[in-house]
Write a protein that binds this ligand. Sequence first.
Ligand code: HEM
Length: 220
Amino acid sequence: MNSCLSTVGKKLWVALTGIGLSGFLLTHMSGNLLILAGPEAYNKYSHALISNPLIYIAEAGLVVIFLVHVYLAIALNWASRAAKAGGTSVSPSGEKEARFGSKYMVLTGLVTFVFLVLHLITFKYGAHYSATYNGLEMRDLHRLVLEKFHEPLYVGWYVAALLILGVHLVHGISALFQTLGIGSVRNCRIKMVGYGFTALVIVGFIVQPLYVFLFMQGGN
Ligand code: HEM
């Protein structure tokens, strides 16, 4: 794929897959806010998701989108470094943006990748408790989430990783508008959209471990 796509083509796919991943984050954050509504609402919601056969298609799609995004973003970053070392630049969007991109986007993306791997190990493939509602047995994810969000170190790492994801999102969202030809990353309104969306998603995620840690009782 690397050799078939021009720089503009790669940027376009990074932007389009970025929109897909942002959509996932917004949906995941909103659904998980049910953690604050109690075990029954949260477990029934996650059971409805897990037991829907379409989940396998959605998960496969998410993995493909994620891999394309990471692969092309890293390819662009290496091309940009090579061009800079050779005295030319592949970024048409100005020195400042190029510098920010090459310095922080790969780093914040890598931290998010580590977060994601640990996150999946902890929750998706973690301890399997059960709960029964109206005779229907399902996974008690609420208990697992509460257990993890009562560990101070885990909550600290979670909040730090989410703030780092926020840095990635703020820049990524403004950059995707530029790639799609809607406006410059330095445009005030474009910046506002980047900051607004990021604040919504990151604050929505961060309140969950903090609220559980500070105000909710144990893991069951
Ligand atoms: C407060 C923050 C978060 C909470 C409470 C949370 C909770 C969960 C839980 C309980 C699961 C397991 C669901 C299942 O097994 O069906 C899960 C899966 C997942 N989470 Fe999160 N999550 C949070 C933040 C994030 C963030 C920031 C990302 C991305 C960077 C993320 C990406 C994922 C992915 C990709 C899955 C697997 C989805 C699937 O396979 O269907 N989560 N999350």
